[in-house]
Design a protein around this ligand. Structure first.
Ligand SMILES: NC(=O)C1=CN([C@@H]2O[C@H](COP(=O)(O)OP(=O)(O)OC[C@H]3O[C@@H](n4cnc5c(N)ncnc54)[C@H](OP(=O)(O)O)[C@@H]3O)[C@@H](O)[C@H]2O)C=CC1
Ligand SMILES: CCCCCC(=O)O
Length: 486
């Protein structure tokens, strides 16, 4: 039965909720029940974007003129309003992109914690006093905001990722124009309303929804946007970097991953299996930090694979809104088809399918569900072991030594996250030193970003800045060295 909702979500520009000049909208649908329309979002134009940038530019001077603590007070209010609306936001995120309610509630709490963290940043030091060689002079560093910052975000963390970009941008004195992913724009519209209802001055935060090419591409190329922060695919990230470089704008990219987990011969197998299942299949594998390669020492391979299959078979699949669903659908029909294509490519290239590999039949709502899938891979050069799939698919590989395991783990264009399971301290330290990844986890799943710590990738996973924690300051401000003589 189709649940058609007429909810029409507007752009938020200069403190007002407005329709696009295109007078067109696009539907945001529920991937667990594609007949259900979660809401209609604006299909915005370049003209809409220009109005948003103008508003952000006009608001910049006053906003940066506030003290950090004054800006922080507003972020604390946003956090408090989000806490009141937690259920509404979490349920919307689940309906819009499929993640289970347990995960979207956890993510919304994480968004609230991020707001509070950066609200506190408004009272922390921004520079250092450095002794000059001229003893009569004072030399120190300080930081200034970039100005208008463009934010382009993906659908996989519809609450946490936009907030971990917008909160630091604002606390350090920037104003923002954000384009959320179309698959999760209704969720961000609800978050933008929390900012509006907290009394954020008009023009400080502006949301323009719609086509990535037009609005996202417009942000990348806009001469008044001084910094662009992006999370999403490598293809789009590279196009943004190209546009930004052409005009000397600062840019920050967090992109794909093909994250390995090494299971050493002395590993706690139960712990490793539990972490691999969570890392690979929570959020239906749609995390940039998701586990997608599992490299197991041959001495325990058979025991590990037997346990992994037995535990994976226990996964309950269903609409994320239902409490008994552990894994929801792919976020969209596009993603669903992309994952099925990757599975077929794996089969065609000789990988051995040992579990799953098919759509999970949902006879009630025809949702975009796929079975948790496990391949055994002998050749690390085939696509299933090299390309990001962004779905519930694991490539299992067997190795004869730790040396070989780390070589295999590093044999990737990506370097975002990596885990090892071992009780041997020498192996742990060797992994920490030699693994080419921005997030290293020992005896824990490959996902697990913490808001207070730097986050970002190596190699093609990132533009090599870091987000979150104090690291965010590096991107959202410019540092100045000041020399003063009386
Ligand atoms: N590293 C990570 O955290 C993530 C990686 N991914 C990867 O990206 C793939 C597709 O997911 P998706 O979210 O569509 O990622 P995309 O890179 O396609 O989209 C991310 C954001 O960029 C926007 N965008 C699209 N095209 C352009 C463009 N030409 N210029 C500027 N912005 C643009 C999108 O808008 P619109 O919504 O209109 O498409 C969206 O807001 C996934 O399969 C996965 O491989 C995805 C999400 C997160
Ligand atoms: C896009 C990155 C999200 C990382 C979520 C995690 O690993 O906790």
């Amino acid at each position: 039965m189709s649940t058609v909702t007429t909810a029409n979500y507007l752009n938020y520009i200069n403190g007002e909720w407005v329709e696009s000049t295109s007078n067109e909208t696009i539907e945001s649908i529920n991937p667990a029940a594609p007949e259900e329309i979660v809401g209609h979002i604006q299909l915005s134009t370049k003209e809409d974007l220009d109005k948003a940038v103008e508003a952000a530019k006009n608001a910049q001077k006053t906003w940066r003129g506030l003290s950090g603590s004054e800006r922080g007070e507003i972020l604390y209010k946003v956090a408090a309003i989000m806490e009141e609306r937690l259920e509404e936001i979490a349920e919307c995120a689940t309906r819009e992109m499929g993640k289970t309610l347990a995960e979207t509630k956890g993510e919304t709490k994480r968004g609230i914690a991020i707001l509070k963290y950066y609200a506190g940043e408004g009272m922390r030091k921004v520079g250092d006093v450095i002794p000059s060689t001229d003893n009569e002079a004072l030399m120190f560093t300080t930081r200034v905001p970039l100005g208008v910052v463009g934010v382009i975000t993906p659908w996989n963390f519809p609450v946490a990722i936009p907030i971990w970009k917008v909160a630091p941008a604002l606390i350090y004195g920037n104003t923002v124009v954000i384009k959320p992913a179309s698959e999760s724009a209704v969720t961000f519209a609800k978050i933008a309303k929390c900012f509006a209802d907290a009394g954020l001055p008009k023009g400080v935060l502006n949301m323009v929804t719609g086509s990535g090419t037009i609005v996202g591409g417009g942000i990348a190329a806009h001469p008044e946007i001084k910094g662009i922060t992006f999370t999403g695919s490598n293809a789009v990230g590279k196009s943004i970097a190209h546009e930004a470089m052409k005009r000397g704008a600062k840019y920050q990219l967090e992109m794909g991953g093909k994250n390995p987990v090494i299971v050493a011969g002395d590993a706690d197998i139960e712990l490793a299996v539990d972490a691999v299942i969570k890392g690979a299949f929570l959020s239906t594998g749609q995390k940039c930090t998701a586990t997608s390669r599992v490299i197991v020492e041959e001495t325990i391979y058979d025991r590990f694979i037997k346990k992994l299959i037995a535990e994976t078979k226990k996964i309950t699949i269903g609409a994320g809104i239902h409490a008994d669903s552990w894994m929801g659908p792919c976020a969209s029909e596009t993603q669903y088809k992309s994952v099925l294509q990757a599975i077929q490519t794996g089969i065609n290239e000789g990988a051995k399918l040992i579990l799953g590999g098919k759509p999970y039949e949902d006879k009630v709502n025809n949702g975009y569900f796929i079975e948790p899938t496990i391949f055994e891979v002998a050749d690390q050069n085939i696509a299933i072991a090299r390309e990001e799939i962004f779905g519930p698919v694991i490539a299992l590989m067997k190795v004869s030594s730790m040396e070989r395991a780390i070589d295999l783990a590093n044999d990737s264009a990506y370097g975002l996250s990596a885990s090892i399971f071992t009780g041997n301290i020498t192996r742990m330290l060797k992994f920490v030193q030699e693994m080419e990844a921005g997030l290293i986890r020992v005896n824990a799943e490959s996902a697990g970003v913490e808001l207070q710590a730097p986050f970002g990738g190596m190699k093609e996973s990132s533009s090599h800045s870091r987000e979150q924690g104090e690291a965010a300051k590096e991107f959202f401000t410019s540092i100045k060295t000041v020399f003063v003589k009386g």
